[in-house]
Every structure is written in structure tokens, then in C-alpha cells.
Design a protein around this ligand. Structure first.
Ligand SMILES: [Zn+2]
Length: 277
């Protein structure tokens, strides 16, 4: 059976408050692993995944996009780089993408769905693509159900609404690509399991944003359901060990492709970077 070829794309670095990124973990503990800057922020990346098979092209996540003011760019330390830049570097144009899959619709994942046209109007970045998201996530985004007031932004969503196909629960999106509900960060958050030429690969979204989020309690203050995140993470990590899944970490600025090992001593798991470059 044919399998997907995947390419990790870096859609641009940014930064978020370290305290918010590590939730209940004290600064005295997390700051030993990652050094915060003068504003207490830590460096992050917006990792996306391009999947190609035959003539089909699928993109997972779209990063922050380009519609940000200078002030917002400064606050979030946003690099002047987008998913369009990253696709261009591998010779793919945005109208060659057939399918865009999103783990959820927060701005650092869905922002790249739209762009400002030269005339100033908001348009779809991927005009030929069907856009896949869980129905629950779409409904929550439309209703702005979040503890964050400015993360489900209609400027990222309204212009592409007619391209969206909502799915419900565990679903085969297309041959070799499965959606797995992974609630916690949001109610409708999903991870994407790919039949990849390098072995089964799971894009885990904000369930496991960086290498430093593997630990039981190392989840984000941004999570809608922190305890659900813990349970979902445990399930995901044990499935990854059992089935030999590679995981792609969506906000890891360093080695973003990992495998998972059981850590008997801690009765938990550890992530092992693949160092593919
Ligand atoms: Zn995120």
C-alpha cells in the first residue's frame, strides 16, 4: 500500500510566556530546562507537516500567518516567515495543497489559513484545499469558547468557512491519514496519525508542544481541561510505545521528531529525539 512522504516545515518562530507554557510547573523548575528571555518568554516554533503521495499534497497546520501588526509581532516575537515561505523553500505553492488538516483553531495554528490580498481584502491562503477540523472545535471557535479572549480569531476563519469539512471523532480523513481525538488543550483537539514511509507518525498538536512537555504535569496554562490533557497524554504516549509511533512536536524549536520510551523508574515516558536534521 502506498505511504506518505513527510517533510517537516518551520512556519516561523515566536515566543510565549514561560509560565503560561508550563501551567502548574514552578518557574524555578522549568527555567532549568529552558531559559526565559527578559520578558519571561520562551522560544517556540510553528512546526507544520507537508505530506505528499502521488500527486496529492496534504498540509497539517498553518502557523501564525502574516496578518499581524508590528505591535503584535513584537509582543509574540514573531519571525517574518510564514507557511508560504516554508512551502516555497520546498518548491510547493499554496494552490497545490489539496487538504489542510488542523489540530485545533488557535491563532498559532489557524492564522496561516488566510492572508491579506494586495487590495486589502482577506482571502484564503489555500484556495484549492479542503480544510479539516473536528466539528466540536469549529463550533467552539465560532462561539469563542475559550479562557483566552483573542485566540479564536474570525479573520482566520470566516474567509475559509466554505472550504471546511468538519469531522466527528476518530475518522479516516484520507487513505493513510487518521484523525484521533485528543481532548485537553481544547475539547475538540485532534492528533493526526500518518502512514508515513518512515514508519507510523503522529502529529500530536498542542498535546505535546515541546520536548519539555512529556512529563505528567507539564502541560500548558492555556489548556481548557488540564486533567484531561494528562489522561490523553498518558494514552498517547503508551500507544506510541506499543505501536512504535514517531511523534512530531508542534512548537519544538529544536529536534521536533521523537520516539517514545517507557521510563520504568519514573513510571512514565521519555521522548527521544530522532535528530533527522
Ligand atoms: Zn499552539
Amino acid at each position: 500500500m502506498p505511504q506518505w512522504n513527510s517533510t517537516l516545515l518551520r512556519a516561523g518562530s515566536f515566543r510565549l510566556d514561560g509560565g503560561s507554557m508550563f501551567g502548574v510547573v514552578p518557574r524555578a523548575v522549568w527555567s532549568r530546562l529552558v531559559s526565559p528571555d527578559e520578558d519571561n518568554c520562551i522560544p517556540l516554533q510553528t512546526n507544520c507537516l507537508l505530506l505528499e503521495m502521488g500527486g496529492s499534497r496534504v498540509l497539517i497546520e498553518t502557523g501564525n500567518g502574516s496578518k499581524w501588526s508590528d505591535k503584535e509581532r513584537t509582543i509574540f516575537g514573531m519571525q517574518d516567515r510564514t507557511i508560504e515561505t516554508a512551502l516555497g523553500e520546498v518548491g510547493v505553492s499554496t494552490d497545490q495543497i489539496d487538504l489542510v488538516i488542523l489540530t485545533h483553531l488557535h491563532f498559532d495554528h489557524a492564522g496561516g489559513l488566510t492572508r491579506l490580498a494586495p487590495g486589502g481584502e482577506l482571502v484564503s491562503t489555500f484556495p484549492s484545499a479542503e480544510i479539516i477540523v473536528q466539528q466540536r472545535e469549529w463550533d467552539d471557535a465560532m462561539a469563542n469558547r475559550s479562557t483566552m479572549s483573542a485566540t479564536y480569531l474570525r479573520s482566520h476563519l470566516d474567509p475559509i468557512a466554505s472550504q471546511v469539512r468538519c469531522i466527528g471523532g476518530e475518522t479516516t480523513i484520507i487513505e493513510g491519514i487518521e484523525a484521533i481525538p485528543t481532548p485537553g488543550h481544547t475539547w475538540g483537539h485532534q492528533s493526526i496519525l500518518i502512514d508515513d514511509v518512515n514508519g507510523p507518525t503522529c502529529f500530536t498538536g498542542d498535546l505535546l508542544p515541546t520536548l519539555n512537555h512529556a512529563g505528567r504535569s507539564w502541560s500548558m496554562g492555556y489548556d481548557m481541561l488540564p486533567h484531561e490533557t494528562l489522561l490523553t497524554k498518558q494514552r498517547m504516549l503508551s500507544q506510541a510505545v506499543e505501536n512504535g509511533w514517531r511523534l512530531i512536536l508542534d512548537h519544538e524549536p529544536g529536534d521536533a521528531v521523537v520516539t517514545v520510551e517507557s521510563d520504568q523508574r519514573k513510571n512514565w515516558f521519555s521522548l527521544v529525539p530522532e535528530q533527522a536534521g
